[in-house]
Design a binder for this molecule. Structure first.
Ligand SMILES: Cc1cc2nc3c(=O)[nH]c(=O)nc-3n(C[C@H](O)[C@H](O)[C@H](O)COP(=O)(O)OP(=O)(O)OC[C@H]3O[C@@H](n4cnc5c(N)ncnc54)[C@H](O)[C@@H]3O)c2cc1C
Length: 393
């Protein structure tokens, strides 16, 4: 089996790289909202978001390897594609279970890269246990009244819609009483509060729903059928389609490259470049091998498709290995280069202008968002290794 890119893929990578490079130059100084809209539109025009609408139906524009190439090149040029990923699996879910009205009004705007959809699953007391959501939606004539709170609603402050998981039947078993909605973020009663995460980002938010009234047309899927909608969306999120996701390896790989460059110039206690030190070389080689394993697991994961069934556990394996490796890469870099690598951006004497310090903090977030490492281990244990479920004989 040949794992190298074909010449066609290499050409595609070159094109994508040029695109992101130009965009980084033009878009870097724009405020988040405008930058995302400009990027979203430009990517959609070139088919780089992974889908396009043809006669009302979504058609793929990328194959799985191309989607991975887009994600990797985005990391290389420091372009954040998180919002595209969220948008695309909402679009794909709407294309399957959305109403005709949602397909006519919301879907085209997502496909054109014009709007952003924030994901409202996690609540203050329910993160990993997603189906325990307590935000209620109560029927009131032709409308629904929504009350509750969500945590870590990424990008809600700059989004147009919220994809919202609610509880419609508190008396039913937890998976059976959920209903999904998609509603505009400017609906009266919604408040968004920024939330600073350890990486210094204020992208995650808390969102509050205080007697929010929405028409029944905002409902996605059946009443109490939210679990099926959620599973479909998660299938798309965890690799069930060729859209540029979060590159699992890109950040760790770029950090490794940068560390090797630094090690050529930074001198050790013996006055020689750190790269000449056999211990440093050995640690860098170990990281490179782990990154390669992550890359192979990612390829395996995208080749197996969706997250349901045993193949979904491969996605968990790839996520677990790559995110834990990402943390190890930054921990090791901080250890090799010492204090200078631990200084934040803008501080005199810092190495690579704080790049490694920021990366270290981000690497901690990366093992939580999108499902924590412990949850990935549970999935691998149960689905891939066939071990008994937690708490059951
Ligand atoms: C930067 C960032 C962005 C995010 N963006 C979004 C978003 O846009 N939309 C959204 O809805 N959510 C978002 N999240 C939430 C994210 O999905 C949750 O943080 C994650 O699922 C963990 O949930 P929790 O924080 O409630 O932790 P908890 O579920 O309370 O877990 C706490 C600890 O217990 C462990 N644990 C929990 N259950 C088990 C178990 N069964 N077995 C073993 N260990 C367990 C966890 O691994 C963790 O270490 C984001 C989070 C972050 C950090």
């Amino acid at each position: 089996m040949d794992f190298s890119n074909s010449s066609e893929d290499a050409r595609f990578r070159e094109e994508v790289s040029t695109f992101f490079k130009q965009f980084t130059g033009d878009g870097g100084s724009l405020p988040t909202r405008e930058r995302e809209q400009t990027l979203g539109r430009a990517m959609a025009e070139r088919g780089l978001v992974g889908v396009r609408l043809v006669d009302g139906a979504l058609e793929p524009t990328l194959d799985k390897l191309q989607a991975l190439i887009v994600a990797e090149e985005a990391v290389r040029w420091g372009v954040d594609l998180n919002f595209i990923t969220g948008n695309m699996f909402v679009a794909k879910t709407l294309a399957v279970v959305g109403t005709e009205d949602q397909k006519l009004t919301i879907l085209p705007r997502i496909a054109r890269g014009e709007v952003r959809v924030a994901l409202g699953y996690t609540e203050p007391d329910t993160g990993s246990d997603i189906a325990a959501a307590r935000t209620t939606a109560i029927r009131d004539g032709d409308e629904w009244r929504i009350n509750g709170q969500k945590m870590f609603t990424s990008g809600a402050a700059v989004s147009d819609y919220i994809w919202l998981l609610t509880r419609t039947s508190p008396d039913k078993p937890k998976w059976a009483g959920l209903t999904m909605f998609i509603l505009p973020t400017d609906t009266p009663g919604i408040t968004v509060q920024p939330l600073e995460t350890i990486d210094g980002e204020r992208e995650a938010t808390m969102t509050f729903y205080d007697d929010v009234r929405v028409p029944d047309s905002a409902r996605v899927g059946e009443v109490d059928g939210g679990a099926a909608v959620l599973r479909l969306a998660m299938d798309f999120e965890h690799g069930g389609g060729a859209v540029p996701g979060r590159s699992l390896v890109g950040t760790a790989h770029e950090a490794w490259r940068s560390a090797v460059e630094q090690a050529r110039n930074v001198l050790g206690a013996d006055g020689r470049p750190l790269l000449d030190d056999p211990m440093v070389r050995e640690r860098l080689v170990t990281l490179a091998i782990r990154n390669d394993v992550s890359a192979l697991l990612e390829l395996w994961s995208i080749s197996t498709g969706g997250s349901s069934g045993p193949s979904g556990a491969v996605g968990s394996l790839a996520k677990l290995h790559s995110r834990e490796t990402q943390q190890l890469v930054f921990e090791t870099i901080l250890d090799i280069f010492g204090d200078a690598a631990g200084l934040p951006p803008g501080v005199e004497g810092g190495l690579a202008d704080g790049e490694f310090e920021v990366g270290f903090r981000r690497s901690m977030v990366a093992t939580i968002s999108g499902g924590s490492s412990e949850i990935q281990r549970n999935i691998i244990a149960e689905r891939l290794l066939g071990l008994p479920r937690m708490g059951r004989k």
